[in-house]
Design a protein around this ligand. Structure first.
Ligand SMILES: Cc1cc2nc3c(=O)[nH]c(=O)nc-3n(C[C@H](O)[C@H](O)[C@H](O)COP(=O)(O)OP(=O)(O)OC[C@H]3O[C@@H](n4cnc5c(N)ncnc54)[C@H](O)[C@@H]3O)c2cc1C
Length: 468
């Protein structure tokens, strides 16, 4: 069994197949595993994540994957989401004692950055989502409708759109509301905020991302397989309509009974020979799947500037601030004294920043951080790094699901994985793991030894059960 690509999709497929007794050979072009959800060491010596990655309680397959590879204890879950606006008003979202879907009602009622009118409009739209268990009829169309259009049809106030829906969804889906399929946006609110009290809990890795994957190599090697790094696949050799071998540098070829290609869709599009594309019409649409950017900004201050583990900023370019010092040192509940502080800032759908220089981005972000966190005004910025990912995720545009192929193909022995394949989920670590599990299930079905890896969604609880 050959897996090409050591991102979460390839790792999930590889680990699942190894656990089923297959000898898996996994090839990754980079010197480390994890793909987009990884970390590496900068030339100046700092260990940084490619970008901060977070998970939610509703990501049941990612949770299962972390458990399988022994990393579940390296992710810390938080019950409280903390928001700050430029006027210094703060608000927290946290489950209270009420059952779902009313568990957030107490903190929502007290949420200062929104007015009563904003809250009533949000409550109305939330009720539509609840009543339809996240599937309002009007969004269930192949061509899709945008989240912004749907919110307007629900008569949302401008501030509710900007300070609530946009804040949650641009970060969760990496796209602006007018370019987001309402199906994805509504699903986020159903799964994370309405159906189950635990769905919104935010999981933040307490270690650099690459350390989450140590157990993958072990799982593969335990069953006689191998993980080869710095091994880019360069081509595919075909014989009689089937894959004869995958080609690597220096004339190396590798053959297997089955192949899972777990590559970004743009890379796959260039790698696959025309013979495979003509046998698989669904692969003809890969270039219709667009991408959207995320910018990560890393700041090292000479002293602590916040005691919060993470903060969401409202009405600013910077969307999230993660206190990496606290998250890594497991002191997130207490201020860090007498030490430097490392913050990571995240800006999703960062189209406007793509054309700006590193210096301009640092200036914008520093100004906003100093406005939001008073302690940062006195602090010295010792070092800063900007990481722009122009193709961070596929864009969840209205109707994009039409272009996402299944994990099975018409070519014997060829299977696909990747967050962009048909999973029903947007481009997330959860979506990537789902695709890997689905590919592994398809491989086993084709070998007449079916097994199940895909985990069910969190079951609705409380009164939400009445609507599912
Ligand atoms: C900046 C940023 C922030 C994000 N934040 C979040 C977040 O907070 N939460 C969340 O859930 N998701 C987040 N995501 C999305 C998440 O990272 C992806 O959805 C997920 O990691 C995709 O996994 P994948 O395996 O499908 O693809 P990838 O991670 O892209 O894996 C593909 C792998 O294939 C390898 N490869 C490419 N070409 C070849 C070749 N020719 N031969 C061999 N190997 C090859 C690549 O090096 C890579 O390792 C973020 C993404 C980015 C970029």
């Amino acid at each position: 069994m050959i897996v090409i690509g050591g991102g979460l999709a390839g790792l999930a497929a590889g680990v699942a197949l190894a656990e089923s007794g297959w000898r898996v050979k996994l090839f990754e072009q980079r010197p480390f595993l994890g793909g987009r959800a990884t970390s590496y060491v900068l030339p100046s010596g700092e260990h940084v994540d490619n970008c901060q990655h977070v998970t939610l309680g509703c990501c049941t397959n990612l949770d299962d994957f972390y458990r399988r590879v022994g990393s579940a204890n390296k992710v810390k879950f938080f019950d409280r989401l903390f928001f700050l606006d430029p006027q210094g008003r703060s608000g927290a979202m946290q489950a209270g004692i009420l059952p779902a879907p009313f568990h957030m009602t107490g903190s929502f009622a007290k949420f200062a950055p929104l007015s009563l009118g904003d809250k009533l409009s949000i409550a109305r739209a939330m009720f539509t989502i609840l009543r339809t268990a996240g599937k309002p009829k009007e969004v269930d169309i192949l061509a899709g409708i945008s989240m912004l259009d749907w919110l307007k049809s629900q008569k949302q106030t401008q501030r509710a759109i900007e300070r609530f829906w946009r804040v949650v969804l641009v970060s969760a889906l990496d796209e602006e509301l007018d370019r987001t399929d309402a199906r994805f946006g509504i699903d986020v609110f159903w799964k994370a905020f309405l159906s189950n009290r635990a769905g919104y809990r935010m999981g933040v890795p307490a270690v650099p991302l690459a350390e989450l994957y140590d157990g993958c190599r072990i799982a593969v090697e335990k069953k006689g397989g191998e993980v080869t790094l710095r091994a880019p696949a360069r081509g595919v050799r075909m014989e009689n309509g089937a894959i004869a071998a995958v080609q690597f540098d220096n004339g190396r070829e590798e053959s297997a009974d089955a192949y899972v290609f777990a590559l970004p869709h743009t890379v796959l599009n260039n790698l696959l020979p025309p013979e495979i594309k003509s046998a698989n019409p669904s692969l003809g649409w890969l270039d219709k799947i667009k991408v959207s950017p995320i910018t990560g900004v890393h700041f090292w201050f000479d002293r602590p500037v916040t005691a919060e583990p993470f903060v969401t900023l409202l009405d600013t370019t910077v969307q999230w601030v993660f206190n990496k010092t606290a998250l890594y040192t497991d002191q997130s509940d207490a201020p860090v004294h007498g030490a430097q502080q490392y913050l990571q800032l995240v800006i999703s759908a960062s189209y406007d920043l793509l054309k700006k220089s590193r210096e301009e981005i640092i200036e914008i972000c520093l100004k906003e951080i100093r406005q939001a966190l008073p302690a940062a005004r006195e602090a010295q910025l010792i070092k800063a790094t900007v990481i722009k990912e122009a193709s961070a995720t596929f864009s969840p545009e209205p109707g994009v699901d039409r272009f996402r192929p299944a994990q099975t193909t018409n070519t014997p022995g060829l299977f696909l994985a990747g967050d962009w394949t048909a999973t029903g989920w947007p481009a997330t670590m959860e979506g990537a793991v789902r695709s890997g599990y689905l590919a592994a299930e398809a491989v086993l079905r084709s070998a007449s030894s079916p097994a199940k890896f895909l985990q069910p969604d969190l079951a609705p609880t409380g009164f939400s059960k009445l609507f599912s």
